[in-house]
Ligand binder design. Structure first.
Ligand code: ZN
Length: 157
């Protein structure tokens, strides 16, 4: 379904379209990608009506394809996001983000007494117990983290 917001979104020649981002999470996705940056063209559509989701955000990035680590990180914010690679205005690859079974060194543990929050050289490690709703368990202190915790504990944010 087209909305006026969506019609304003320009097609890109080469780059990546991240679609089906959870509504209002596009700015977090940009943060993961280190955007905006001067060399990258960017189009953002927020709260677009969607047939599959109540509403969604879309990010179009000109001149950039994503690293797999970035895709892994986006999965923590928007497990339904889709990644389309565009070359010469055509979609050449369509994929979904995929939540890993273990999340290493992306989040900090919400337990201040966890060994990963001390001076010990231990990198954070979480086991994914459930995708939706997102539930993680710290490998070291067994602290359970939900979606809100994950967004709060993102090292980047
Ligand atoms: Zn912990």
């Amino acid at each position: 379904m087209k909305t006026p917001m969506e019609l304003k979104v320009k097609p890109i020649k080469n780059g990546t379209v991240i679609d089906h981002i959870n509504a209002n999470k596009a700015l977090k996705v940009l943060k993961i990608l280190g955007l905006p940056s001067p060399e990258t063209g960017l189009t953002l559509a927020m709260n677009v009506q969607s047939s599959q989701m109540k509403s969604k955000d879309i990010v179009k990035i000109e001149g950039r394809e994503l690293a797999s680590r970035e895709v892994d990180e986006i999965a923590l914010i928007s497990p339904q996001a889709t990644i389309n690679i565009i070359r010469d205005y055509k979609i050449i690859d369509k994929g979904k983000v995929n939540l890993l079974k273990e999340i290493k060194n992306i989040l900090t543990c919400s337990n201040p007494n966890c060994i990963t929050n001390t001076d010990e050289p231990v990198k954070s490690r979480f086991i994914v117990l459930n995708n939706e709703p997102l539930t993680l368990r710290c490998h070291y202190c067994e602290r359970i983290m939900d979606q809100d915790d994950v967004e709060t504990q993102f090292k980047l944010f």
